[in-house]
Design a protein. Structure first.
Length: 307
């Protein structure tokens, strides 16, 4: 049995094992009660759980959960965390801008701020049109009001139903949905965007530069045509904040700039590591290929598939 000593907590004398903290002694004596809040973690002194009338047996060693995780290792409970509650937001279209032949930017001003984290998606319904699964993002310069939802939407340059979106059109957002949201912590952050998939990747990248400015980031952006690499202003901001590895590529395009590589996006990814955290957004074939590459080295991968 471990050695015992006396300890005074809030004016009350209690018997504890050496090595226990005052917080652990108070919990054991029922002076404060734990309450399970978000993600199943225990916080002290917040609640309604009945205090225990019996003291737990003395511990011979610190709990395994108190040991710091290795770099890149999954955070306990992270993958099992409950999904964010789904909310409904309404608003109207206030801006429409053609970013490139194959990408259009649509901004909706909502009655309440949208919910979700960078990389989350939402079911978006423009009045009179079928629902689409889209990812709220930012304008290419990083701007967005707190009650705005900005979308980068792919379109067919020869004509697309998206062209029917008009100013003042009612819009409804239901979300968040999906599991591709930004998660702070872990190893190198590898971001992969195909076409309009740059929208959610831009939101994740910008958040990461503010939340984790020292975290290593690698970004690969691809498009079918070099003309659809519309995000130059965004990439300049990322370079200024310390993102050194940014690769651009295009399958085709006579007007391909010198810094745009030729070929498919998957051919220009950095060599993946088991400790990497990969976020990929775009068409289903690109997302699937990146998932296979990540799985081959044991890296965590969070897909965002565009409609």
């Amino acid at each position: 049995m471990g050695a015992r000593c006396s300890l005074v907590v809030n004016g009350r004398s209690v018997r504890v094992s050496t090595g226990d903290t005052p917080l652990e002694a108070a919990l054991a004596e029922g002076m404060i009660a734990p309450l399970p809040p978000l993600h199943g973690t225990l916080l002290a002194g917040q609640g309604a759980v009945a205090p225990s009338g019996r003291r737990p047996p003395a511990r011979r060693a610190r709990a395994e959960a108190l040991r710091p995780a290795l770099p890149g290792a999954p955070i306990p409970g992270q993958e099992e965390a409950a999904a964010a509650p789904v909310t409904l937001r309404r608003g109207t279209v206030t801006e429409i801008r053609r970013l490139s032949p194959g990408i259009v930017e649509v901004v909706a001003t909502l009655t309440k701020r949208p919910t979700g984290e960078p990389g989350h998606q939402a079911l978006v319904t423009f009045a009179g049109m079928p629902a689409m699964t889209l990812s709220p993002t930012l304008r290419v310069d990083g701007a967005a009001e707190i009650n705005e939802a900005v979308f980068h939407i792919p379109r067919d340059p020869e004509g697309d139903p998206v062209d029917a979106i008009r100013l003042d059109q009612p819009v409804r957002l239901k979300g968040p949905v999906g599991r591709g949201q930004y998660r702070p912590g872990g190893g190198r952050l590898v971001l992969v965007a195909a076409g309009a998939g740059f929208g959610p990747i831009w939101a994740i990248a910008r958040a990461a530069r503010y939340v984790e400015p020292a975290r290593e980031v690698a970004l690969a952006v691809g498009a079918r045509d070099a003309l659809d690499l519309y995000m130059r202003e965004s990439l300049d901001w990322l370079r200024r904040t310390g993102v050194a590895r940014i690769v651009l590529c295009a399958d085709r395009g006579r007007q391909r700039p010198p810094d745009v590589r030729s070929g498919p996006l998957t051919a220009h990814l950095p060599s993946l590591r088991a400790t990497d955290v990969v976020h990929v957004a775009g068409d289903v074939s690109t997302v699937g290929a990146v998932q296979v590459l990540a799985a081959s080295v044991g890296a965590r991968c969070y897909p965002i598939v565009l409609d």
